[in-house]
Write a protein that binds this ligand. Structure first.
Ligand code: TYM
Length: 330
């Protein structure tokens, strides 16, 4: 059975981008892969959360993961910091990760632009920590969105470098994975591109958003004044609305609005109304479970403890092997 590792940072509620990028169809295939889903709380430290924030975000993400349908008895769902083996592998991999390659990473350059007052070493070494998460379980498939493609390439580089340096076959090559032809980038509602947690109010639809909130957000989504000639190329914001429809609407609905667009008869108000209802239909089964699960401390603790135990099995095996290979006494 192939091993799959998927992670989400504990920096806030999950949105549709997280769902389709990091989980999506894997939820239906938990029996076919050896799946690890984890909450990346070490990664969230780059933005300096308070201890209270850290604690509550981890529980919230866990509750939302479970509401999405991860079965803790089938898959392994755990908290990254519960496995200090992660931190050890991160340290060891960092010794063979070069500052030059880390500095060239697109996500690092983006972070420098976004948070110029807090360019910490954790941001620079984000890709080695991510490689540690993946290699710790010797995963070969990693469900991620398009934004993480380069990080996966770096994970392969670190894995191959380790194998070469120590003349072993310790790590298999991990690949970014989605069920479609290519990795997915779920657009935001503000016309600017990617759906993201920190992209500003109104950009993201969260799984925990109420139907009323979803309607409000979608109705305010950026569109334009409509095409003026048949079969016109769509502007970015309109492409985004159609891309969201592709995820949640039926093919008949999509075709209806495509035709309307091509005939210059589209009414974006109608399209957004339909999109909002289709998103609500899609998220309702998840939304309805979140609060009850989040309030169930007993369940959350049980799941975290079980996950820690299961994840430690493979993590300790890998760390032992790595230590031995590198020449440590124990
Ligand atoms: P985070 O929390 O930023 O994102 C979690 C996952 O959601 C995906 N994602 C998207 N996919 C498509 N469209 C979007 N608009 C969108 N927004 C977010 C991300 O690609 C990601 O898959 N670095 C990871 C967390 C992580 C991880 C790992 C993932 C840490 N270690 C090991 C896999 C394996 C991240 O981006 O977190």
């Amino acid at each position: 059975m192939e091993t799959v590792v998927s992670g989400i940072r504990s920096t806030g509620n999950l949105h549709l981008g997280n769902y389709f990028g990091a989980m999506g169809n894997f939820l239906k295939m938990q029996h076919e892969y050896n799946c690890f889903f984890f909450i990346a709380d070490y990664h969230s430290l780059t933005t300096h959360p308070t201890p209270e924030n850290l604690k509550s975000s981890v529980r919230q993400v866990l509750a939302e993961y479970l509401a999405c349908g991860i079965d803790p008895d089938v898959s392994t769902i755990y908290v990254q910091s519960d496995l200090p083996e992660t931190a050890e592998l991160y340290l060891l991999l960092n010794m063979n990760a070069y500052v030059g390659e880390l500095e060239r990473c697109t996500s690092f350059k983006e972070k420098i632009r976004k948070q110029p007052d807090n360019i910490n070493a954790g941001l620079l070494t984000y890709p080695t920590l991510m490689a540690a998460d993946i290699l710790l379980h010797k995963a070969v498939k990693v469900p991620v969105g398009k934004d993480q493609e380069q990080h996966l390439e770096m994970s392969r580089t670190f894995a191959n470098r380790f194998n070469r340096l120590y003349n072993t076959q310790t790590f298999p090559e991990p690949y970014a994975f989605n069920f479609g032809q290519s990795l997915i980038k779920v657009p935001g509602l503000d016309g600017s591109g990617k759906m993201g947690k920190s992209e500003g109010e109104g950009n993201a639809v969260f799984l925990a958003d109420s139907p009323a909130n979803i309607r409000k957000k979608v109705m305010r989504a950026v569109s334009d004044s409509g095409p003026t000639s048949p079969n016109e190329e769509k502007p970015e914001a309109v492409k985004n609305l159609f891309a969201l429809m592709e995820l949640v609407s039926t093919s008949d609905t999509i075709k209806y609005f495509e035709d309307k667009y091509n005939e210059c008869a589209i009414r974006y108000g109608d399209m957004k109304k339909q999109l909002a209802e289709d998103i609500i239909l899609f998220t309702a089964p998840i939304y309805e479970k979140i609060n009850a699960i989040a309030a169930d401390d007993l369940l959350l603790n049980k799941v975290m403890n079980l996950g820690e135990e299961k994840a430690r099995d493979s993590a300790s095996k890998t760390i032992k092997e790595v230590r031995k290979t590198m020449g440590f006494r124990k």
